[in-house]
Design a protein around this ligand. Structure first.
Ligand code: SAH
Length: 494
């Protein structure tokens, strides 16, 4: 029965600590804030109780007293309660008050620090908060209050004289008064300053100026919370060290239309180049339940995708069986179309005997030419080409094709469709992704009816482009080398 006060970092999911992920996966109850990374709760147990306790923004507001009460109530009965907060729980996060309340209630607690926005924002903006040349100290302060209000908690004269970098949280609205106050107290108006909005998130941007100009520049640029402001000579280094905002696809939103599993590789590459990726998972695989054939009756068992492996094992599992249902190695050969399929088998304790160099059906048929086969089983998708069964039958083998899964079009809901429509680019990596996408958005006409604000269309090559043209969608960008790298290069070059 422990309540963990856990920092979730500034927003980039990659900046969550290993310990935070471990605790999220173990928690029975998670009380979370608004400013936590998207998908931070993906690893939570399906039966975990997730309680939103955001205090800012619209909608239902949960008071600090209510949050504390929740922590105490669940901390008394649940083994693991996670209180998940943006950044670090003890930096402007009211973690101290929550810890005090837990101690008072006799409940054990632990603290898991997170990367605080005041460290992350300057880092992602290319601003080192300390520097051997003139920044030997750093102060974190809240800009929440009106500095001219009598009884302000901050000593502005001391801060003006502070010999180092000032990092201001929550200060967007008060930026003008804060800067004026510091200048009035003697801080140099020409000292470099920077405001970093949505730091570590895809829309991160930085406005750079001086203590005297930054408030106006930020207002002109419509900078909004969440943002961190940095005052100090180091803020001037942003121009030279702005590594993140300089990435080739920074600020570009790209929609990826593929089955969820395949989308991840393209999405990962695009994210690494700075793009914000919207995944439109227009197709999905569905397991087809059914009986397990007597595997011992075959001398060849072929798998043509990792999903086929997963689906056959799902059937075995449903029948109370496992890898022992496979024939002994001296009685049958196991074939995998490629390394991913072989890996899927390996993780289930089955070694593939045959695997072609190229993961296509023709190559698998060729690789099987030297294998003696009398009865073969092929576990695969419902719709697939018949290259392998035909090649085996032509050799006189008896072949059973077992459809263990199928791919079905997944309709995008309006939120997903709107997110795709708002992207800068929409990528297509095959003719079938074009057909599936259009089916998922209710047809080409419905898509085109969204008007000219639709994203630009990026095609992986001529076959995909022909399919786009056939539906009245002209590609704006076409790859010159017909693969993922080519597609990415075409977008960057556009
Ligand atoms: N405990 C948090 C701070 C909470 S106060 C932490 O350690 O980071 C909320 C303030 O944090 C915001 O007003 C903003 O100033 C800052 N902040 C949080 N996330 C941010 C982000 N991604 N980019 C810029 N500032 C952020």
């Amino acid at each position: 029965m422990t309540v963990y006060l856990v920092g979730a970092g500034p927003g980039d999911p990659g900046l969550m600590t290993a310990r935070s992920l471990e605790l999220i996966a173990a928690a029975e109850v998670i009380v979370y804030d608004r400013l936590i990374p998207a998908n931070a709760l993906d690893g939570a147990r399906p039966e975990a109780k997730l309680i939103y306790a955001g205090k800012e923004g619209g909608g239902h507001q949960v008071s600090q007293a209510e949050i504390t009460r929740l922590l105490v109530e669940h901390g008394r009965v649940a083994e693991t309660v996670v209180r998940l907060k943006g950044g670090d729980p003890f930096v402007f996060g009211r973690g101290g008050e929550e810890a005090e309340a837990l101690i008072a209630a006799g409940i054990l607690f632990e603290v898991v620090p997170g990367i605080t926005a005041g460290i992350a924002a300057p880092a992602y903006a290319g601003i080192p908060v300390t520097h051997r040349d003139g920044a030997s100290a750093v102060a974190f302060l809240t800009g929440h209050e009106d500095p001219d209000k009598p009884g302000s908690a901050l000593d502005w004269a001391a801060l003006a004289a502070f010999p180092g970098t000032l990092v201001v949280y929550m200060g967007v609205r008060q930026l003008g008064p804060i800067a004026a106050r510091l200048i009035a107290a003697g801080r140099a108006g020409d000292e470099p300053a920077a405001v970093v909005q949505r730091a570590t998130l895809p829309g991160q941007r930085t406005v750079q100026g001086t203590l005297a100009t930054i408030a106006q520049l930020a207002a002109d640029a419509h900078v909004k919370a969440p943002a961190i402001t940095i005052f100090g000579s180091v803020a001037g280094l942003h121009e030279q060290l702005r590594w993140l905002e300089r990435r080739p696809l920074h600020g570009v939103t790209i929609a990826v239309t593929r089955a969820r599993e395949q989308a991840s590789r393209l999405a990962e590459r695009l994210r690494a180049l700075g793009a914000e990726v919207v995944v439109a998972p227009v197709i999905r695989t569905e397991m087809l339940p059914g009986p397990v054939p007597d595997l011992g009756a075959y001398d060849l068992i072929c798998f043509t995708s990792p999903t086929g492996v997963e689906a056959l094992f799902a059937r075995l599992d449903a029948a109370g069986l496992d890898a022992r249902a496979f024939p002994a190695p001296d009685r049958a050969r196991i074939a995998a179309i490629g390394p991913a399929t072989a890996r899927a088998l390996q993780t289930r304790g089955i070694r593939a005997d045959v695997m072609p160099a190229q993961a296509v059906a023709e190559a698998l048929a060729e690789a099987l030419a030297g294998v003696s086969v009398s009865r073969a089983l092929i576990a695969r998708a419902r719709e697939a080409r018949d290259v392998v069964p035909e090649a085996l039958r032509a050799r006189g083998a008896e072949v059973e094709v077992l459809a263990v899964y199928e791919t079905v079009v997944e309709l995008l809901d309006e939120t997903q469709a709107a997110a795709v429509a708002a992207a800068d680019y929409l990528t297509f990596t095959s003719a079938s992704t074009v057909r599936n996408f259009l089916a998922a958005v209710g047809g080409a006409e419905a898509w085109l009816a969204r008007g000219p604000s639709r994203p630009r269309v990026a095609s992986i090559g001529p076959v995909t482009s022909a399919e786009l043209h056939a539906h009245g969608l002209a590609p704006d960008v076409e790859a010159t080398s017909y693969d993922i790298d080519g597609l990415i290069a075409a977008i960057i070059g556009a």
